[in-house]
Design a protein around this ligand. Structure first.
Ligand SMILES: Cc1cc2nc3c(=O)[nH]c(=O)nc-3n(C[C@H](O)[C@H](O)[C@H](O)COP(=O)(O)OP(=O)(O)OC[C@H]3O[C@@H](n4cnc5c(N)ncnc54)[C@H](O)[C@@H]3O)c2cc1C
Ligand SMILES: NC(=O)c1ccc[n+]([C@@H]2O[C@H](COP(=O)([O-])OP(=O)(O)OC[C@H]3O[C@@H](n4cnc5c(N)ncnc54)[C@H](OP(=O)(O)O)[C@@H]3O)[C@@H](O)[C@H]2O)c1
Ligand SMILES: Cc1cc2nc3c(=O)[nH]c(=O)nc-3n(C[C@H](O)[C@H](O)[C@H](O)COP(=O)(O)O)c2cc1C
Length: 543
């Protein structure tokens, strides 16, 4: 039944104010009548900020999904990266949900660092009395000493600054869907004081609308598996291509592919033998159902940690699997542009093989792709969107890409993409690996781009071609003044590859370039770099 306007025409308000007030009161009445958040009108909805700190897109995708869900639950929600939020403005927000992953060695993701610094400014940290909040921390229990540390630090600091935690922080391991659902239900309930709010979230993200997702991967046939290293190399890097035909899946340059994998049967047999287990014994699977132990270990459980070890006391098959974690899909940066290779997705996979304590070890996923998946065989794949890691929307802007080793992957995709779309901006690639003769990945394609002028500048660093190591950051320093010029023209700076050493050294080199070639003090150079991050002009896809 329509509600009569509560504010008469002769009341001392403008027409606009009167309309707003009438809407507001009608909304309140409506809410009182229905008693549900879903009955709320726009005016009565509770404003909510969902702020994310995300490096590879998990927290970002989840925050955006939650913002959509929140609309149906009585909120006007917006999702923003933490660095897009002025810490000082938080006091005005009142209702804040924070979702943050942890990176590096317990660090904030790149797009949360400025925010974190602002929360920790001596003497000028904001007072957050009146702000109601809750934190969801994403992490990985393999990082035992720093598990979910960024989320834990954000949670503690907000409380220290006077904000009121309305629902307890939840720390999530890699399978975060179920705990995240519980957290969001508790947080929504606490924020709008209602117990009638639905707690469910729609299943796994499926931004492509294809119906395939992490929860329901597409069985993609393997099209190509060839070596990118020449004979005599000490590396084994593979170009891997899958067909996506018939899947309806779509991706963009910058996204990653999730790949479902299996353990090597030889490794599983060795583990079963060294633990004296019966391979045919039925054991529970991680989610539901049961299977013979050997099958369960090949397809469902991670056994890497148990390879080459024996238990102190004998375990039954059930006890043994209860100590294992679910076998996880692995992510790979996509190295193709969908516009250049319709219906296909390409990866650049560094095969992990190493020796430890006299035993030869092999990486589960990389050797599955390199050695055990035959051409034409299928394995489950899903698109892991990385909305933060894209070529610039303004196609006239210059792009600087630093991608040694497998770090070249997304930049092959960017260069293909910018070629197909006719982007006019300049392209500069820094590539490095051990030896020019054997490890110049995608050599022919890169040289073709250089010849045609699509690649404006190429700097290579082949670390083992001379007595002294030369790395990409050395090339950056040598080209400092031109690099500064490109940055000054609004260039976007991208880094992909090894997180533990290379990305840190490149970060330090970039700071030095800005300082020396840009003629800035150390403080101004750091501020310039922070601005680049904020403006999404300094982006990293590191692992
Ligand atoms: C967003 C993202 C993008 C990625 N993109 C790519 C990509 O484009 N290309 C790519 O190749 N990889 C990429 N990776 C890494 C990839 O996901 C896998 O982690 C990698 O292939 C190794 O997986 P695996 O199963 O083969 O090895 P695992 O079985 O997981 O073994 C790896 C582990 O072995 C141990 N280890 C490895 N080497 C040694 C050594 N020398 N000595 C001792 N221990 C060692 C370490 O504990 C290491 O964590 C990406 C990761 C992320 C998160
Ligand atoms: N987290 C994971 O699960 C995971 C899995 C696989 C790989 N990775 C990482 O990803 C990296 C990628 O492997 P990749 O085989 O493609 O290439 P890579 O090992 O990174 O090597 C590429 C080039 O980078 C050089 N390099 C070494 N240290 C560097 C530094 N501090 N700064 C700049 N360059 C440096 C290497 O030189 P030298 O070798 O001559 O020193 C080589 O020339 C691996 O190093 C590994 O750390 C992580
Ligand atoms: C290079 C690297 C470093 C990481 N460091 C940590 C860590 O120190 N602690 C932790 O709990 N998780 C760590 N993680 C796991 C991530 O936090 C986890 O994968 C998370 O889901 C990523 O979310 P995002 O995509 O939003 O960044 C790390 C992951 C990678 C690839």
């Amino acid at each position: 039944m329509p509600v009569a306007p509560a504010i008469p025409d002769n009341a001392p308000f403008s027409a606009e104010q009167r309309a707003w007030l009438n809407g507001f009161i009608a909304g309140l009445l409506n809410r009182a009548q229905t008693g549900t958040a879903a009955g709320a009108t726009e005016q009565t909805k509770t404003p909510l900020l969902i702020a994310f700190g995300s490096q590879s897109g998990n927290a970002e995708s989840y925050a955006k999904k939650l913002a959509k869900e929140a609309a149906a639950k009585g909120f006007t929600a917006r999702a923003e990266s933490l660095d897009a939020v002025q810490a000082a403005d938080l006091t005005r927000e009142k209702n804040v949900l924070i979702i943050s992953s942890t990176w590096g060695e317990g660090d904030m993701p790149d797009n949360a660092q400025t925010f974190w610094s602002a929360l920790n400014q001596n003497g000028s940290s904001p007072k957050l009395d009146g702000v109601r909040y809750s934190v969801l921390a994403l992490g990985d229990k393999n990082y035992s000493g720093t598990f979910c540390l960024a989320g834990k630090k954000l949670d503690a600091r907000l409380e220290e600054l006077g904000a009121q935690r309305v629902a307890p922080r939840v720390d999530c391991d890699v399978d975060f869907d179920a705990p995240a659902k519980k957290w969001s239900a508790a947080a929504f309930n606490a924020l709008n004081g209602s117990s009638s709010v639905r707690s469910d979230l729609s299943e796994q993200s499926d931004s492509s609308g294809s119906g395939y997702s992490k929860a329901r991967p597409f069985p993609a046939p393997l099209l190509q598996n060839h070596s990118l290293n020449a004979r005599g190399s000490s590396k084994d890097t593979r170009h891997i291509a899958f067909s996506l035909k018939g899947s309806g899946l779509s991706y963009e340059a910058g996204d990653a592919l999730g790949v479902c994998v299996k353990n090597c049967p030889d490794v599983v047999d060795a583990v079963i033998k060294s633990h004296g287990l019966d391979p045919t014994a039925a054991v529970p699977l991680p989610d539901e159902g049961s299977a013979p132990l050997r099958d369960a270990l090949i397809s469902h459980y991670g056994v890497r940690e148990w390879f080459g070890k024996t238990p102190e006391k004998p375990l039954s098959p059930d006890e043994f699997v209860s100590s294992l974690r679910k076998l996880q899909p692995r992510l790979y940066s996509i190295s193709s542009s969908p516009k250049a290779h319709p219906g296909e997705v390409h990866l650049t996979v560094g095969v992990v093989r190493y020796e430890k304590d006299g035993t030869a070890h092999k990486g589960v996923a990389s050797t599955f792709l390199a050695d055990r998946l035959a051409i034409g065989d299928t394995t489950g794949v899903f698109i892991h969107t990385s909305p933060h890691f894209r070529p610039p929307a303004d196609q006239s802007l210059p792009v600087i890409m630093v991608g040694p080793g497998t770090g070249i992957a997304p930049f092959r995709a960017f260069l293909e993409e910018r070629g197909v779309t006719g982007a006019t901006g300049k392209n500069w690639l820094f590539f490095g690996d051990q030896r020019r003769a054997t490890d110049f990945l995608y050599h022919d394609q890169i040289m073709e781009w250089l010849k045609s002028g699509h690649l404006t500048r190429l700097d290579t660093a082949f670390s083992r071609d001379q007595a002294e190591k030369v790395y990409v950051q050395n090339r950056m320093m040598s080209a400092a003044s031109e690099l500064w010029q490109w940055l000054d023209e609004g260039g976007h700076f991208y880094v992909c590859g090894d997180a533990s050493r290379m990305a840190k050294d490149v970060d330090a080199a970039l700071l030095q370039v800005i300082q020396t070639a840009g003629g800035k003090t150390a403080e101004d150079a750091a501020a310039y770099m922070a601005d680049m991050k904020k403006a999404k002009r300094y982006l990293r896809d590191v692992y």
